[in-house]
Every structure is written in C-alpha cells, then in structure tokens.
Design a protein around this ligand. Sequence first.
Ligand code: ATP
Ligand code: MG
Length: 504
Amino acid sequence: MVLDDDFQKLDLSNNHDNNRILDKHGHKIKTDEFSISRGKTNKDKANRATVENVLDPRTMRFLKALTSRGIISDFNGCISTGKEANVYHAFAGDTISPFEPKTHDSFENLVNTYDPYSNPNNNDTILEPRKEYAIKIYKTSILVFKDRERYVDGEYRFRNSRSQHNPRKMIKIWAEKEFRNLKRIYQSKVIPVPKPIEVKNNVLVMEFLNRGDGFASPRLKDYPYKDHNDIVHYYHTMIVYIRLLYQVCRLVHADLSEYNTLVHKNKLYVIDVSQSVEPEHPMSLDFLRMDIKNINNYFERMGVAIFAERIIFQFTISETLDNFNGNYSNEDDLRMYVKNNLPLKVPGKDDAEDEIFRSLHLVRNLGGLEERDFDRYTDGKFDLLKSLIAHDNEKNFSASEQYNFEDNTLSNDDDDNEDDISNSDPDNSDSDDSDSDSDDNDDDDKVDVFEDKKDKVLKGKKYEDKEEKKQRKQEAKESKREKRKTKVKKHIKKKLVNKTKSKK
Ligand SMILES: Nc1ncnc2c1ncn2[C@@H]1O[C@H](COP(=O)(O)OP(=O)(O)OP(=O)(O)O)[C@@H](O)[C@H]1O
Ligand SMILES: [Mg+2]
C-alpha cells in the first residue's frame, strides 16, 4: 500500500492546513518497518493501523513543528509498534548536528545511501556520525489509557491534572511524565538511559540506541549473551539498577522487564519509564515487588541462581547496607556487594516465605498503618517499614513468626475487647471471666494456619486435659493483666494515629 494513498484515506474532514501539511510533508513520513541498511528499503507499505492509530493530523502537526524547529530532519521507518506507543527512527535536525548533508535530496536516496560516517563536506576531519533519534509517539486511543490511571493517580507530581478524563490531555501528561523521568535518571548519571531531547504533546524525542549497523540495539530479551557469567552479570546489574533507581533517582520503574531494557555498547540501558512512580506513590512498594518478581522470573528461566524476592526488596529500600564499604552510587561496587553478600534463594523454604512477602500489606508510615498493625507497632514488633524490612529478615518473614503475629493480633484484638470492657469498668472482675470465656472460644478455634487442614481438630485445645487447661488459663490471665498495665489505651492510640496523619 503506497503511503500517499494511505494519507488520502486519512479522515481529514476539516479541510484546512492539515491537508497542506500532509501534502507538503506526507511523502517524507515513512511508517513501514525501519531498516536502514545498504540494501533497498522496501517500498512504503504503510501499516494502516500504524498510520491511523498514531500519525493522526494533530501528531503530524507536532512532527512538522519539530522538523521546522530543526530538532529532527527526517522521519524514517517504524522501530516498534507497542500496545501504548509506536517508536520511529529519525535523524537529528540542523540545529543539533552541523554535519547534516546540505542537500536535502529525496528521502529514499538519503536512506539508501545512509552512511553515518559519511563526510558530506569532503574535508579530511573525521565527522561525528549523524545523530539519530528515536521518536516515541503515544497512541491516543482511550482504551489503552484505562490501566494507566493507577500510575498517575496518587502521583504527587500530577496531583493537579484535572484532565483525568480527557484522554488527549492524559496522553500529554503521560509523555511528559516519561520525559521527566528520563531526564531525572539521565541527570543522575548512575543508570544508562537514552538521552531525552524534547517532548511535544504525545511525541517524545530521545537518543536512538544504534547497535552500530543502523539497527536498534537489542532488548535484553533478544540479547545474544556471551556465556552463563554474562547472564549473571546482567542479573546483578539489573538488581543494582533497581536499587539505584529507588535510592538515587527516587523512582520505581513499575514495568521493569527484559522488554524494557536494551543492551547498548555492552551496557544495560533502561527505557520506557512512562509508568515509573516516586516512592511516595501509594502503590510504589507493590510496583517494586512486581518488578523484582518479573526480573527474578526471567533470570530464573535463563538458569541463573536467583536471590529471594524479599532479600532483593530489602537490598533496594535499605538506605545503608551491612559490611558495605564502597560508593553507594557506584554500580561496580554495588554489583560486587550483591555478588558477595546476598544469600542465594533456598528453593522450597524461600518460595513459601516469598509467597508471604508478596501478600504482605506493606506500610510506609503511620498514616498507612491499619489499626490492628498499630498494636504491633506499639508493642515494638516493628516501627516503620524500613525496620520491618531492613533488619533481621528471617524473624520478620519466617512463616512461624508471621503465624505468631496473627496469633498476637488475635490476642491483641482480645485485649481491645478487654480494653473496651475494662474501659467501661476497669475493676470489674467479671471482665476477666467473660474474657476467659472469650479467650476459651478463641483458643478452641485458633488453629495452626500452617498446619494441614485435615488434622486441625486434633490440634485444637479441646483435647488437652482439664488440669493443664486450668493452669494455662491462669497463666494467660496473669500475662494479660501484666500487659494491660503497659497497654496504650485505645483513645490515646487514636490520638497518636491522627496526630501523625495530620503531620504527613
Ligand atoms: N531510544 C531507543 N533506541 C532504540 N530503540 C528503542 C528506543 N526506545 C524504544 N526502542 C525500541 O522500541 C521498543 C518499544 O519501546 P517502549 O517500550 O518505550 O514503548 P512501549 O509503548 O512500552 O512499547 P511496548 O508496549 O512494546 O513495551 C523497545 O522495546 C525498543 O526495542
Ligand atoms: Mg515498553
């Protein structure tokens, strides 16, 4: 299908400068597969969906603006058509690289005689190759937008975006978000990313990562690893980058995978940071766990001995690392630390504990603390998430500990009930009795959640003899009476939680 025909069919109902723009520049826009090599480029068999989905007249106007401002000089073929955006190849415009060939001959000729090291001015200085750009153009179809909102909602930087329900405006915000995230990572100089050049509405211009023969550098998924050690190197690098993104760039990628990383000049480049969020985002820790799980799944499939997810999570969010003497921003130092200090995953045991870790409701500060966790907090079980995660992993995440926690919580709930009763009549000895009854019921249906269901009846306290039971009840009552003395009263708790919430 010839490109021109295709543009004729574009729905240009409003017959004004759009037509003129398209007529004037339409022949330059190639949307077929991008293959810039010595061989003939196949005639433009524009993919109708590509043209209509992405290169609508408004987008064409933005491209024209970028061309006339000299940011880009030629718009070539399509590198990738994704679910959210298409990525095209372009050359930098005059304003950027003074070594543009002065003669703007036909694009076909330019493409076929492409030689990045050509010397158009025929003088003997070696010229820089012509700068190439990747142009990421977001699709404006509303459907795609549905699952993006959770990344923008709760994002401090976009709190004022009233345009949650105007997809065009949301696309603009989305592209700007990717540009800003790219810029922040690029300027941090700790993680390689394509250099961000410009963003205009739904069009993002960035450095094109060329593998040297005009084709795009491969995604990690398609990268031809040298050997097993090479795979392990990229696994450790990926883990270090997750930490550097969090600690230095204050970002969680939220879609980190072998598809959104490229290997360029033997370095791992991170791309597609449109959905990345800051640690303050309400779901940042869930996205972080998802990224870790995805990376682990990929490298486990590649035969790498991986680390447990919660170990990687702890490595990521702990500000300081035990026995680390290197530079916290240096990837080589951190990679060495990962290699020599993180314990490898123990199949079976770690699987169960990672399962628990995935389901944990992780809180970042008191504001996110649920009432029942509050007791655990006041009882010194943990303070904020950092201590919950950072030290003594086994204790916090061993299945038995988790069970004891549940157990304590239930007993804390008892305390609360007791608390209510004792509030009303602190000296009422009945409360002890009623308490003992409720304690009795609770005990009976309190089963070991990690035991197999079938023998739960045998495990209940129904089957212990009377004497022992009496003894146990007495001790339980004593310990509860002791605890009540130091217990934070409910109304004080509420005050504390409200106070910290208002401080946020
Ligand atoms: N700067 C770049 N240099 C070279 N290739 C790039 C660049 N940016 C993106 N690409 C290529 O385009 C593909 C899609 O880019 P990106 O992931 O940012 O868009 P996307 O909308 O998320 O696409 P998908 O939905 O397929 O993930 C990448 O996998 C990569 O192969
Ligand atoms: Mg992507």
